[in-house]
Write a protein that binds this ligand. Structure first.
Ligand SMILES: Cc1ncc(COP(=O)(O)O)c(C=O)c1O
Length: 235
């Protein structure tokens, strides 16, 4: 039997059910608003911003299934129905026996950092994400950038600028002692490098090096699917 071909149109495959009015300031008003905020985007009023690119975190629309899920769940303080729903799916798709839900990634970073880091430790990373590094440093660690040099050159066309430089990582293990490194912090695609991915080869080699020095490898999977896409395209 012939395979059913689903034709995708150029239009978005969803309907928008709700709208939120926004206003557009004219140039003079925008200049005034920016000046009043001291040219600091964190100090601006969101109602003065027509297109907000400060973050995508928790700001996007929810699907009808997500809203329905909220209605079908309950608001119990502990053991709510949706907790078990989420847990079942985490087990099904990720195979992890334990999980702790948090309201946002930064809360998870806080917990991991508090549990894993002792003051005076070192945390190597393939560059860093702002709140990730903040929580590591608040817990008393020193962040060490072990990303490959190419990541710091915006003109460089290296296909995996999120890769860890294994020599830099091993040098750190030798210099400070692996016992001072509770884990290596790896994320991709790398925010601070403009969304650059790491390769599976590099991930495997990093994992092998960590194993050799008995250091844990901590993976921030925020954009794992986007990293996977680059792996499919380029590796
Ligand atoms: C790599 C990475 N880690 C952690 C976070 C923090 O997540 P949240 O904004 O949900 O606190 C982000 C946010 O974009 C991120 O990109």
């Amino acid at each position: 039997m012939a395979k059913k071909v689903i034709k995708r149109s150029w239009a978005e495959p969803f309907k928008i059910k709700m709208v939120e009015p926004i206003k557009m300031l004219n140039r003079e008003q925008r200049e005034k608003a920016a000046k009043e905020a001291g040219y600091n985007t964190f100090l601006m009023r969101s109602e003065d911003v027509y297109i907000d690119l400060l973050t995508d975190s928790g700001t996007n629309a929810m699907s009808d299934y997500q809203w329905a899920g909220m209605m079908l769940g309950d608001e119990a303080y502990a053991g709510s129905k949706n907790f078990y729903n989420l847990w079942d799916n985490v087990k099904k798709y990720y195979g992890m026996p334990y999980f702790v839900p948090t309201h946002q990634g930064r809360a998870a970073e806080h917990m991991v950092s508090k549990i894993m880091i002792k003051p005076g430790d070192y945390i190597p990373g393939n560059m860093y994400f702002t709140t990730t590094r903040l929580h590591q440093e608040l817990a008393g660690a020193t962040f060490v950038d072990v990303i490959i040099d190419e990541a710091h050159d915006p003109q460089n066309k290296h296909p995996f600028k999120g890769n860890i430089d294994l020599n830099k990582l091993e040098d750190l293990f030798k210099k400070v002692g692996a016992k001072k490194v509770p884990y290596v912090s790896m994320a991709g695609p790398v925010n601070m490098a403009g969304g650059q991915p790491f390769s599976m080869k590099n991930l495997n080699e990093t994992a092998a090096l960590c194993k050799k020095y008995k250091v844990k490898l901590w993976f921030d999977a925020t954009r794992a699917t986007e990293n996977d896409y680059f792996v499919k395209l380029r590796e």
